[in-house]
Design a protein around this ligand. Structure first.
Ligand code: FES
Ligand code: FE2
Length: 312
């Protein structure tokens, strides 16, 4: 008997880019957290001066997990096992019972950016430095927009497969039961990296124009305009925990004009939408070479775009 297909197809690697590992508000000054991302253990801490750092979890000494019972001491994290301390760059700066620090005493430190309410780390399989900066969400700084509501959920699938949905207008009709497929365009900026999707549902029950800007798989800004002053923003970051599981963090804001009117409804609508997608995500396999038809233009473009986030 042939091996079941789901067992022979494999997911792509983790794509290059910026990913969230926590909300900024979850890590108070002096706090240490254990994080699981990119199929590895990490330690996350906030120093006394307020700086956030993410390091590989396991102490180079005897391998204790720095994120479990580790302690912040000033600008460093202290290993719970024998008290070695590492600064935010991962360098060992103190061994309490020895004057000499071995030169190789360090843990890998990840590039971190706390921005738009999330703690983001840069992922590159070869540990290369960030190739682009994080976008700043201006609505979150603006008095015209409400304090963002946050929502998180875990999807049992690879981050690329989740991102692909944004370029999949046809699934809105079948999975989300939309009346029709909205008119849509997918374009890629001159730099080749930023992908934009625009969908025009002007004849829908709640006519709207939706604009998605995707900076890397899992990092997307979705703006929906229902009419003058009736605007909504969903900011979307992702924590790929394994190749087949992704934790998503959403921050949702609307313009003050409509916050009382639709704030909660909009949130409910979005949650329902995700529940529609779940059964597909839970059970689908990753097709490295999908059998596309001629009309699958936006999906074909997505697959071309996404290649840049892998090294081979
Ligand atoms: S294992 Fe970390 S100090 Fe010994
Ligand atoms: Fe969907």
């Amino acid at each position: 008997m042939e091996t079941c297909e789901s067992k022979t197809l494999r997911s792509p690697d983790f794509p290059i880019g910026w990913y969230s590992v926590a909300r900024g508000s979850e890590v108070k000054t002096g706090e240490v957290k254990r994080v699981y991302a990119f199929d590895r253990e990490l330690a996350l801490f906030r120093t006394r001066s307020g700086q956030v750092a993410v390091t590989d979890a396991f102490c180079p000494h005897l391998g204790a997990h720095l994120g479990v019972e580790g302690k912040v001491v000033g600008e460093s994290i202290q290993c719970p096992f024998h008290g070695w301390r590492f600064d935010t760059s991962g360098q060992c700066v103190d061994i309490p019972y020895c004057d000499e620090i071995p030169t190789r005493a360090a843990v890998r430190s990840w590039t971190v950016n706390e921005i738009n309410g999330d703690i983001m780390v840069w992922y590159h399989p070869n540990e290369e430095p960030p190739a682009w900066e994080m976008p700043l969400i201006e609505e979150f700084q603006s008095d015209d927009w409400c304090e963002p509501q946050t929502w998180e959920f875990t999807v049992p699938n690879h981050v690329q497969n989740i991102a692909e949905n944004a370029c999949d207008p046809v699934h809105f009709q079948y999975v989300h039961k939309n009346q029709e497929t909205p008119e849509n365009t997918v374009t890629i900026d001159d730099d080749g990296r930023v992908l934009r999707m625009e969908a025009d549902s002007r004849y829908a029950a709640h006519p709207n124009i939706l604009k998605v800007i995707m900076h890397n798989p899992g990092l997307a800004i979705v703006r929906t305009v229902y009419g003058p002053g009736a605007e909504m923003l969903v900011y979307n970051t992702a924590q790929p925990t394994t190749l087949n599981e992704t934790h998503l963090r959403w921050s949702l804001s609307v313009r003050n004009e409509i916050v009382d009117l639709v704030g909660d409804d909009v949130m409910r609508g979005i949650k329902d939408g995700i529940n529609d997608d779940m059964p597909i995500w839970r059970h689908k396999v990753y097709r490295e070479k999908p059998l596309f038809c001629k009309a699958d233009t936006t999906l074909i473009l997505f697959r071309k775009w996404v290649r840049q986030f892998y090294v081979d």
